[in-house]
Design a protein around this ligand. Structure first.
Ligand code: ADP
Ligand code: F6P
Length: 321
């Protein structure tokens, strides 16, 4: 291979820039050029981008977001969009493509592999819902952001004896929420994978009050069947002891400097994806399995959904005594 394409797609995640740097520099070490497409698959379909040299990725190892920018691009899910992407790759002379993104983006990569494009995937999504890797890029950074925010809310909650209903990201995945429950000492987490009634939430919060807790945290994923506002209203109307307040953490969870864990993972995954691609492997993603990286087939990644962190829900409840 003389030149490979590179694209970041879907929701941005801390660590994407670190992975871009690793791909560019490890390709450079092998004398291979990298063409970076801008704005996710939209830029790929239009053949829009620029060559990125080793010096162009200076000073990005620690930056959040993505220097190539990202986008959602419904056209990429259509046969004509994919045909345009293949044409664009040929036009810019890219013999392969590295895709850094979430489960949707990896489906796009797998679709291009079906058109004969050698593709490598790097999992990046704060949702941690990608099958085939224990951790995706951005998850650890997002959890650290959530933890810092909830530690701050704890000061106010304890000072005022309040219950806080905190909304975390996760349209379909409760991973961040379930993990935040454990690491932030929540009373309860509410996730998309599990139904819970307002009455149950009310009883759990009331019981915390009766046990003399000076604060109470309920962490709720944005995609859960009960949202923070309706839970707050229920608690307020039924007078469960605490005054209740809502905090929606929103997109602050996706931004910021990648954590040490994410920088290391991104650097390792970027280098490994590149070396596997250059040695002829196709249609794969680099996954983390224990301490080791391993290539997994994109066909499997696209056909399955990751285990969410719901097994940690019980731990949150047990430790909240
Ligand atoms: P993420 O990659 O973060 O999960 P999305 O699910 O929004 O984000 O997917 C990002 C992009 O990947 C979509 O805008 C689309 O361009 C592409 N994509 C998603 N699903 C498919 C699919 N089934 N086939 C081809 N491309 C897809
Ligand atoms: O990056 C994943 C995610 O954060 C989901 O949890 C969330 O539902 C979605 O992205 C929201 O993204 P956007 O606001 O960019 O559509």
């Amino acid at each position: 291979m003389r030149r490979v394409g590179l694209v970041t797609s879907g929701g941005d995640a801390p660590g994407m820039n670190t992975a871009i740097r690793a791909v560019v520099r490890s390709a450079d070490a092998e004398g291979v050029a990298v063409f970076g497409f801008e704005d996710g698959y939209s830029g790929l379909i239009e053949g829009r981008g620029r060559e990125i040299a080793a010096r162009d990725v200076g000073d990005v190892v620690h930056r959040g977001g993505t220097m190539l920018r990202t986008a959602r691009c419904p056209e990429m899910a259509t046969p004509s969009g994919q045909a345009k992407a293949v044409e664009a790759l040929n036009r810019v002379g890219a013999d392969g493509l590295v895709v850094i993104g979430g489960d949707g983006s990896l489906k796009g990569a797998h679709a291009l592999a079906a058109h004969g494009v050698p593709v490598a995937g790097i999992p990046a999504s704060i949702d941690n819902d990608i099958w085939g890797t224990q951790m995706s890029l951005g998850v650890d950074s997002a959890l650290n952001t959530i933890m810092e925010a909830i530690d701050k809310l704890r000061d106010t909650a304890s000072s005022h004896k309040r219950a806080f209903l905190i909304e975390t990201m996760g349209r379909d995945s409760g991973y961040l929420t379930a993990m935040a429950g454990v690491i932030c000492g929540a009373e309860l987490v509410v996730v998309p994978e599990h139904e819970v009634s307002l009455v149950e939430v009310g009883e759990i919060v009331e019981s915390a009050h009766e046990r003399g807790k000076p604060h109470c945290f309920v962490i709720v994923a944005e995609g859960a069947s009960r949202n923070v506002d309706e839970i707050c209203e229920h608690l307020t109307v039924h007078g469960i002891g605490y005054e209740a307040r809502v905090t929606k953490l929103g997109h602050v969870q996706r931004g910021g400097s990648p954590s040490a864990f994410d920088r290391l993972l991104a650097s390792r995954m970027g280098a490994r994806a590149t070396s596997e691609l250059l040695s002829g492997r196709v249609d794969f993603m680099i996954g983390l399995d224990g301490a080791e990286l391993q290539p997994v087939d994109l066909a499997d990644v696209c056909a399955r959904t990751a285990q969410s962190g719901v097994r940690f829900m019980e731990l949150t409840r047990m430790l909240a005594r």
